[in-house]
Every structure is written in structure tokens, then in C-alpha cells.
Design a protein around this ligand. Sequence first.
Ligand code: NAD
Ligand code: ZN
Length: 265
Amino acid sequence: MRNIPHSAIQEAKAILQDAHRIAVLTGAGMSAESGVPTYRDAQTGLWEKYSPEQLATREAMSNQPELVWSWILHQARVMRSVQPHEGHKALGRWQKQLDANGGALEIVTQNIDDLHERAGAEVLAHLHGTTFTFRCFECDAPSDYVLEDATEEQLEARPELDQMVLEEPPACHSCSHGFIRPDIVMFGELLPQQAMDDALEAVRTADVALVVGTSNIVQPAASLPIAASAAGAKVIEVNPNVTPLTEDVDVYINGTARNVLPELH
Ligand code: NAD
Ligand code: ZN
């Protein structure tokens, strides 16, 4: 096996083969090899001058709705146009197998894309919401807006060449003055309570927490592996870079989601 530390994989497999309940915690790195950039890599071209923390806030959306809506649309179209990879698919198969044997593999993700679902896995909690359903920015009424598949032109519009045409967010049909936003958690907003409760329950009852592709910086998601460990779970981390969590995990696998996950199951 190239580039993946063999002994770490063996150690992880030894732990996982006795596990009945596995909580898989995924972040942007899970989707990176499908072609969705992580936040660290996402801000190119037109977006270079803004950080996600500047764009994904209520204040920014209120002050510059076209700019924020277009940034969100651009990301959503990229997410729509890519495919799940072997790592997503391995989790889908693993989940079905554990389910059939009376165990469980619960997926808790910070990702707003739907790549786990498209790989045949069920997601217990989307901690930061999802980018394909919408509601009103003002009155919160759910919207039936459907994100259409991106045209070649939209996908090829190169933000780095300033060729992106800014689009206005569609108006809300329930109130007279609002426009719509996706069901994502913006910086400064609270996480959906049910998702966080489900996530905590999953890590507290897990034998193993498998943490994949998250920088473990954004709270409260970053507290979940700690809660798992405190409740007695073994913690395994898969990430090509070390994170603040790494020194506390039971096994650290220096590798990528697509390469490592199929090896673990
Ligand atoms: P992050 O961008 O802060 O960190 C990504 C992590 O993934 C890093 O630690 C990096 O080393 C690791 N990584 C990179 N490539 C990898 C690979 N191929 N395999 C495994 N790991 C890899 O992302 P985060 O920790 O998820 O948190 C930041 C926020 O970004 C979250 O709120 C999330 O909602 C949002 N986000 C979501 C998406 C998405 O939905 N796909 C994309 C970008 C950002
Ligand atoms: Zn409204």
C-alpha cells in the first residue's frame, strides 16, 4: 500500500473488527477527493478577497445578498456536479452490513453536500445543514425553490477570471419582502438542536469514533470526538494533516478518505 502507514491501518482494523457501533464524523476533507474544495482551498479568484467567515454570515447576506447568494450557488453547483468516491461508497456498504448484524454505523457530517447519501449511506446528522433545501431569510418559511443542475456554462464560469455573473436570490412567496437562503448554518448561527442531540447520542453510545477529514477547529463539532472518548469510545483519525485532535486519538492514520476508508472495511 503506497503512502498509507500500514501499521496504523492494522491497528485501526483490529479495533474496528470488534466494534458494533461506529460513529463516523466527517468534514470537508471527506469530499475533497470528489472535487469539492475544503474551506482552506475554496477561496480562489473572485472569492479570494473574502473569507468564508465574511461571506457565510447573516450580516453579509443582508448587506450583499447577490454576492453571498452567488457564492453559495457556485459551491452548490460544484457539489451537484461531482460524484461520491470509493471512501463514501465504503461507508455506505459498511453501514448496511452493520445494520444487518444488529450494529450501527452513524454518520455525523459537517458537510452541506449530499455525497454520503448519493453513495447509498444514511446520514444521521448534517450539523451544518444542507445546501439543497431553502427557506426565507426573513420569515423562515420553507421554500420550494429547486436548485437546477448547473449548465456547462455556469460550471465553467471561472470565478478567478471575474466572469461570474452575480445572481439575485429569488424572492420569498410567503412574505412580501424576503428572499431565500439555503438551510445551512452560517457563522454565528446556532446548530440545529436535533442534529446536535443525535450526534451526541451517537458518539456517547459508540464503541469507536472514526474522524475523517475535519480540521477539528470549528465548534461545537470539534467537541464530538472528545465526548466520544470521554464516554469510553476509541478514537481513530483519518487526515493527511495533523489537527488539534491528533495527539489525543488512539490511532492516527496519515492518509486520505478515498484511500483509507476502503482499507478499513
Ligand atoms: P476544513 O476545510 O476546515 O478542514 C478540512 C480538513 O480536511 C483538513 O484538516 C484537511 O487536512 C483535511 N483533508 C484535506 N483533504 C483530505 C482528504 N482527501 N482526506 C481526508 N482529509 C482531508 O473543514 P471542516 O473541518 O469540515 O470545517 C470547516 C467548515 O467547512 C464546516 O463548517 C463545513 O460545513 C464547511 N465546508 C463544507 C464543505 C462541504 O460540504 N463539502 C466544503 C467546504 C467547507
Ligand atoms: Zn419570507
